[in-house]
Ligand binder design. Structure first.
Ligand code: F0G
Length: 365
């Protein structure tokens, strides 16, 4: 029976690998593109969610990590390192395990969710909690890889971007062409860079590793809409943020490594990079779970929050195809679901071990 073989084997034609490459994969990619009825009704457009929480470690990072870890093995590396707000570390730890490499992860102390922390620990990574934010962690990880025999697997490594561009390929392969808009959260800005690269490659003639020319797959590229958290919105503000702050810890980043590439994606596509408040992010998080049936972590809801914000401002035309990448699984950071809108805890209803009290608690008679 056919099983999805992971993004490297599925898209080998368009990635820097050949038949001799030892592929490190957990079967990432092939994630569902889910029609979102409530968002579609709101906007009058056809809105789809690219549900990246369905990847092996629960986030889109796996698409890049299969490539980065495969490159690390090809380079003869013995150890890898990354800085992370959590998802990259979970992914690196898992893929390094299969590759048989040591893995060190640098995370901001106290600012990563328990789900992500437990993944890195479960996979046996050397977990260092740094007294600083993500930007500080990335600076140290880069220096470590420059001065010691350690391979960097952050998205400043081009292999990561190559792997992540397959998200755009899948959207086009499923829809039959590129959507009109592609919406996503922006943190370190690797993913918007990768999607834009993927969309551009699929829309033009492409010369692969073997020198063969591949015909264009799509007729157009989408308008790219990226959204940062308001307390961590350097690209929107036009300057680095030294103390980034947001409940969406995944995108709590003040000086994105791929800043310039994100601006290029915005400008070349005629798009925007805008910000959304924590309240808007949590409202979108709630919308996704209660109206679309899709459970994501808060940072993943920033794209949806952005679409709702832009719709309210009258900027979302009807009759378009809109794809929103929801980047990570809700179980990564489940606490947010256990609070009501005003922040008070959700208390489960207690009942007697008795069918009449259960029925009455459910309002049945
Ligand atoms: N959504 C989630 C769930 C993320 O974990 C990240 C980034 C982003 C969105 C933003 O993507 O950085 O490519 O712009 N997480 C990184 C990490 C920084 O360390 O896990 P980006």
């Amino acid at each position: 029976a056919h099983q999805w073989r992971g993004v490297i084997r599925e898209y080998a034609d368009r990635l820097p690998v050949d038949e001799n490459t030892k592929v490190i994969t957990l079967g990432e990619g092939g994630t569902p593109l889910v029609f979102a009825p409530a968002l579609s009704e709101l906007t009058g457009s056809e809105v789809y969610l690219k549900v990246e929480g369905m990847n092996p470690t629960g986030s889109f990072k796996d698409r890049g990590m299969t490539m980065a870890m495969t490159a690390a093995v090809a380079a003869g590396a013995k150890a890898v390192v990354c800085a992370s707000t959590g998802n990259t570390s979970a992914s690196a730890a898992a893929y390094a395990t299969q590759a048989g490499l040591k893995c060190a992860v640098l995370v901001p102390d106290g600012k990563i969710s328990m789900g992500k922390l437990s993944q890195a620990i479960a996979h046996g990574a050397e977990l260092l909690q740094v007294d600083g934010n993500f930007d500080n962690c990335l600076e140290v990880a880069r220096k470590l890889s420059e001065n010691y025999p350690v391979f960097l697997v952050n998205s400043v490594n081009p292999a990561r971007i190559e792997g992540q561009k397959t998200g755009a390929f899948e959207v086009v392969d499923y829809l039959g062409d590129a959507p009109d808009y592609h919406v996503l959260p922006v943190g370190n800005a690797g993913n918007i860079t990768a999607y834009w690269k993927g969309y551009k490659e699929y829309c033009s003639e492409y010369t692969n590793q073997a020198g063969e020319k591949l015909a264009p797959v799509s007729t157009k590229t989408p308008i790219m809409w990226g959204f940062q958290a308001a307390g961590a919105a350097p690209i929107v503000l036009g300057h680095p943020v030294t103390e980034p702050d947001t409940i969406a810890t995944a995108i709590r980043i003040g000086n994105p490594a791929s800043w310039k590439q994100a601006e290029e994606a915005r400008d070349e596509s005629g798009g925007i990079i805008d910000s959304v408040t924590d309240e808007q992010i949590l409202a979108a998080h709630r919308w996704l779970s209660s109206r679309e049936g899709v459970f994501v972590e808060p940072g993943s809801a920033a794209g949806v929050a952005g679409l709702i914000k832009q719709h309210a401002a009258g900027n979302v035309p009807a009759g378009k195809k809109i794809v929103i990448t929801v980047t990570g699984h809700g179980l990564k950071d489940p606490d947010w679901a256990l609070k009501t809108e005003d922040g008070s805890p959700v208390a489960p209803t207690k009942v007697e071990f008795d069918v009449v009290s259960v029925a009455s608690a459910l309002g049945l008679s």
